[in-house]
Design a protein. Structure first.
Length: 496
């Protein structure tokens, strides 16, 4: 029998008191108001693979019946939320819209790796395409002025040292000077172009440049193209053009090692990941140079790479271990044949070989002594007719004779100032690649100048290296001026 009651006004209390509040009696509906139709039983929402739960729908953390099935993007955001410590069961309701933890964590979730890669690529593209609008710093103009002064002085000395010899041989006295001037013009154009293109763009071409330089090293072995000069089969002659491929290889290896040590900055303590690839490239390059009997270029290349590794932060013990190993390997190559051994060891006893192996060094010392304090004047050298290669390897002796001690101090001071400014540019570089690039170029010019001057005065063995920017040697001048373009590029980017 159905019972129907209606309570109005004050109702009797029933049930226990909870939290100080009295619960009212339940209101019962009339039996006639109840529907006699059977209630449809709806199937609760259940995502694929989700376990069946007996808890009420509004108490289940996930999935919720009032939420749509999360998409793959929401799942990725949820994973990011879990990594950041967000509780997926937390749900916030804004108005009538229920927002899941996936949507709440979207703003704080870390970006996807693809997105990070795209951002880095876009930033690098922006840096590459960015052209500095601010005026270059003082170091930019100072480096350019030093190179210009040394190059013009070299042209004057080349003309002074070679004109008489060429005239006595029945050739034009302007021959070596004209060739050197042509290479200087090409080097100046190359230096300007390289200085204007952002060096990060050159970095993106490191691998093709290295492959091209390695390919050029094979040309001296091609019959009809290769040419021997001074016992070194390291020259290429194609028509009127003659060049030395090893000079271009120095630039390519310098850029490759700088790029490699920049990419692996955080792994400098792992020598297999840093020094290992560098030594592999240096070994292949120096092997090609030694096969061509060009030991001097191999020595300079090794010192360039070691300088970059030192600037890059290579640990001390592996660095000196590699340096000692390279020195032992070079000494072993020198001692492998009697001719190389006698030529390299002759500087230890100049008097005993002054008319044979040390003839050049002896005549060079005589020219330096004749110069005294102020020199004999440009074009008035007496020893240039007796001094072999007076306009090339031994142009420093002609410089000392014609300009004296004052000229020697001035020229050496230019090299010291160049290296000092180059180091300052490296320290102020905006990124690691620019720092290693500038430091490597400064070390290249300084070390090659030291080796040439030391060989002329007899404190080191002769290596056949030229004095940078001064000696006659078109390929060497072009390569060094191109390398200076990279240094100017880094200096120009300081105020970008």
């Amino acid at each position: 029998m159905a019972i129907a009651t209606a309570t109005t006004g004050n109702a009797k209390t029933s049930g226990p008191e909870r939290n100080g509040r009295v619960s009212s009696a339940p209101k019962l509906r009339p039996a006639s108001s109840r529907s006699s139709a059977p209630t449809r039983r709806t199937k609760p929402f259940r995502s694929k693979g989700a376990p069946q739960s007996s808890a009420p729908l509004d108490k289940r953390p996930f999935p919720r019946p009032d939420l749509a099935k999360p998409s793959s993007r929401s799942k990725r955001i949820g994973r990011g939320a879990r990594r950041s410590g967000f509780d997926e069961s937390d749900v916030s309701t804004i108005g009538s819209t229920t927002t899941s933890a996936y949507a709440v964590a979207a703003k704080n979730a870390p970006p996807a790796p693809r997105r990070l890669a795209k951002r880095a690529k876009a930033k690098r593209r922006q840096l590459i395409s960015h052209t500095p609008t601010a005026p270059p710093p003082a170091s930019f103009y100072l480096l350019g002025a030093l190179v210009a002064v040394l190059t013009m002085l070299g042209l004057v000395l080349v003309l002074s040292a070679s004109s008489i010899r060429e005239l006595h041989a029945g050739r034009s006295p302007w021959g070596p000077f004209s060739r050197q001037a042509g290479w200087a013009a090409l080097g100046a154009i190359s230096m300007i172009i390289i200085a204007r293109v952002p060096y990060l763009r050159w970095r993106s071409w490191v691998t093709p440049i290295l492959a091209l330089a390695m390919g050029l090293m094979l040309l001296p072995f091609v019959p009809g193209v290769g040419r021997s000069v001074g016992g070194a089969h390291a020259w290429v002659k194609i028509g009127p053009l003659s060049f030395q491929p090893s000079e271009f290889l120095k630039i390519a290896v310098l850029m490759y090692c700088a790029d490699l040590l920049t990419k692996r900055e955080r792994a400098m303590h792992v020598t297999r990941a840093t020094l290992g690839p560098c030594l592999l490239v240096v070994g292949v390059a120096c092997g090609a140079m030694l096969v061509q009997s060009d030991l001097g270029s191999g020595v300079v290349l090794c010192t360039i790479v070691l300088s970059i590794a030192f600037i890059g932060g290579t640990p001390v013990i592996p660095f000196f271990g590699v340096t000692g190993s390279l020195a032992v390997g070079g000494l072993g190559f020198v001692m492998s044949t009697p001719f190389r051994r006698d030529r390299w060891m002759a500087f230890l006893d100049l008097a005993s070989h002054r008319s044979t192996l040390n003839y050049q060094v002896t005549q060079g010392l005589v020219a330096i002594a004749d110069g005294r304090i102020a020199g004999v004047g440009i074009g008035n050298s007496h020893q240039k007719g007796w001094l072999p290669l007076s306009y090339s390897d031994f142009i420093f002796a002609v410089l000392a004779e014609e300009l004296g001690l004052i000229g020697v101090v001035a020229v050496l001071g230019c090299y010291v100032l160049f290296c000092f400014v180059g180091v300052q540019v490296a320290l102020r570089a905006k990124d690691r690649f620019g720092m290693l690039l500038a430091g490597g170029v400064a070390a290249w010019i300084g070390i090659q100048a030291i080796i040439n001057v030391a060989g002329v005065v007899g404190v080191m063995p002769l290596t056949g290296l030229t004095l940078p920017f001064v000696s006659s040697g078109g390929t060497s001048l072009f390569a060094t001026m191109s390398a200076v373009g990279l240094l100017l590029n880094v200096a120009r980017s300081e105020h970008a």
